[in-house]
Ligand binder design. Structure first.
Ligand code: OAD
Length: 272
């Protein structure tokens, strides 16, 4: 079954008629900007454009493991601002929850470390946090886990957490994947999941970082891939069943929910 038209209405019809029962969702920082968390690469508002005050050799150094070993302060300065708990999920997060409630969510692959998908009620087992999260932290040398509350206190106090083992005293880091580190095994264990999907929805990502950026390409040909994003990215739009909904993702999911007849359910979930 293919789409009747590459529009919101064509897509809504495809979903309503039951052709999308295994939806794979792929997200990035753009789904959290309306929550107040900056993304990385947007020209004026993105984190990488606003890191001058941290005196970095280059913007991405803040998430680079070798740089962190030399100088953990820039990362912890940023962590102080970004630490989860201060932000509320967006209507886009609630849309993903709604897909789960409808029994249609096969898997959510997220690059985000803000934990807002969980907070919106998407269950843990449906989420692949491809770039890790702030949910756990450990020593970068001996790998010993470090208590969450303790990390939180140190971040609030603007001090740098160190491994509790006196023989180690290594730097402690939230288990966020830095440049130069492996992605979690859960990512590789689920890397073939997109091949089982009957619909792919990509939201709020520039698809600039591998291997995540290759996930949409793993969907079978003939499976519609929808991009809901400010800009066109990652070659989406190149296949005959790709649908581009360019613009704000909250507006995009609301439009789609309305066309399916899920408008009230979506707003109710978001208001919870
Ligand atoms: P980027 O900042 O690279 O891309 C965000 C995308 O979302 C851009 O295409 C924006 O145009 C778009 N966007 C922003 N606000 C939006 C909105 N309200 N509605 C729709 N689209 C919007 O963020 P990611 O793709 O997530 O990695 O970045 C990927 C990885 O690079 C991150 O996980 C992070 C970073 O370095 C690590 O830290 C390891």
């Amino acid at each position: 079954k293919t789409l009747e038209s590459r529009t919101v209405d064509g897509l809504a019809k495809y979903i309503k008629e039951g052709h999308a029962k295994r939806i794979v969702v792929m997200t990035g920082a753009g789904i959290s900007t309306s929550a107040g968390i900056p993304d990385f690469r947007s020209p004026n508002t993105g984190l990488y454009a606003n890191l001058a005050r941290l005196n970095l050799p280059y913007a991405e150094a803040v998430f680079d493991i070798s740089f962190f070993r030399e100088n953990p302060t820039p990362f912890y300065t940023l962590a102080h601002e970004l630490y989860p708990g201060k932000y509320r999920p967006t209507v886009t997060h609630s849309f993903i929850r709604l897909l789960h409630e409808k029994g249609l969510l096969l898997k959510l692959f997220t690059q985000n470390i803000d934990c807002l998908e969980r907070e919106a009620g998407v269950p843990d087992e449906s989420i692949i946090e491809a770039h890790g999260s702030f949910a756990r932290q450990s020593c970068i040398d001996c790998k010993s886990p470090y208590p969450q509350e303790e990390l939180k206190k140190q971040i609030e106090a603007k001090t740098i957490p160190r491994c509790h083992k006196s023989s180690c005293h290594g730097l402690v880091k939230p288990e966020i994947v830095f440049f130069g580190e492996q992605l979690p095994s859960a990512f590789f264990d689920n890397i073939d999941v997109p091949t089982e999907a009957d619909l792919c929805i990509v939201l709020g990502t520039s698809l600039q970082v591998q291997p995540f950026a290759s996930l949409p390409g793993a969907c079978k040909s003939g499976v519609p891939r929808v991009l809901i994003n400010m800009e066109r990215v990652g070659g989406l739009g190149s296949r005959s069943d790709d649908v581009l909904l360019l613009g704000d993702c909250d507006a995009g999911v609301r439009k789609l929910a309305k066309a399916i007849g899920w408008e009230d359910e979506l707003e109710d979930l978001w208001a919870q």
